[in-house]
Design a protein around this ligand. Sequence first.
Ligand code: NAD
Length: 257
Amino acid sequence: MTVVESLAPRHGLRVLITAGASGIGREIAVAFHEAGARVHVCDIDEAGLETLPEGITSSVADVSQEDQVERVFNDAAALGGLDIVVNNAGIAGPTGGIDEIASSDWRKTIDINLNGQYFVASRAAPLLRASQGLLINMASVAGRLGFAYRTPYAASKWAVVGLTKSLACELGPDGVRVNAILPGIVSGPRIEQVIRDRADKRGISYAEMEKENLSKVSMRKMVDATDIAAMALFLAAPGGSNISGQALSVCGNVETL
Ligand code: NAD
């Protein structure tokens, strides 16, 4: 195999992606589908799932509910096993000081962003051992930096990096790779809401907040969801076969938040 050939995932990979109806998860699902994989996704957004390209199968499910994750794996069993699992679901969580945020918002953020990844990983592990497969956990640059007024989110994403590194140690001897992708500021409706919330919190305009955010990115631009999908495809390709236990930032170099 040449180096160039090693950059393409092999055809027929069996892939499960959480939160695949829109945003980054959808981009990853479509990219694997176009690369010849058989793809199953889940999401809470039933209408969004119905707009996925033909051939991608789906389950309506909330990853923070263990019984619903169980059902997703039962549905995905139609693929006859799994080679790649992408633990993508995650919410932005509340914006506010630690003494202001509601404990219910703290719990919800941890339930979806961390507990959901645990429910998925625990069911994925035996299947990935069988296929010598790959688990990708979606973290964030907030999983390696402090993030004022977004503590629940940052705490959940640091935990995702810990989950990733521990599972890479645990499953590596069985031939399973585990990596985290740490997106930076990805363009789209989610980041617009985060900028709006932070601007309100600071009493400044949306434009000022956006400018301040981008001033923290060396490349002075947002990331596109396709850049995240490209990293997922690379990890799944033969060229990525010695990458495990890594927290891989795709962010244009963000060193403060
Ligand atoms: P998003 O907010 O656009 O949502 C994507 C999908 O998640 C939606 O279809 C939504 O219905 C689904 N979803 C929400 N809660 C769910 C649940 N409990 N169970 C199942 N599905 C659920 O998200 P995104 O911006 O595409 O982010 C995807 C991942 O990337 C998340 O883990 C997020 O934390 C991470 N991330 C995003 C950014 C960014 O700037 N967008 C930056 C860093 C990290």
